[in-house]
Write a new protein. Sequence first.
Length: 76
Amino acid sequence: MPKRILQGTVVSDKGEKTVVVRVERAYLHPLLKKTIRRSKRYHAHDEKSAHKVGDIVRISECAPKSKLKRWEVVSA
């Protein structure tokens, strides 16, 4: 099964080797036909702590690294 790759914005870099990435998605409401934006936050592993708040990064699924981290930063 291929790994998912998502793109989002770093919203927190306070953890050691960890960044929190907000990924937004837009979809059409089935009844109202209005575009709705939803966001979700993912904890991602950042080995060198190279990314700061506001950076746009791509994250990929990986094996669990901690209680919350199931994603890792692929590129900026």
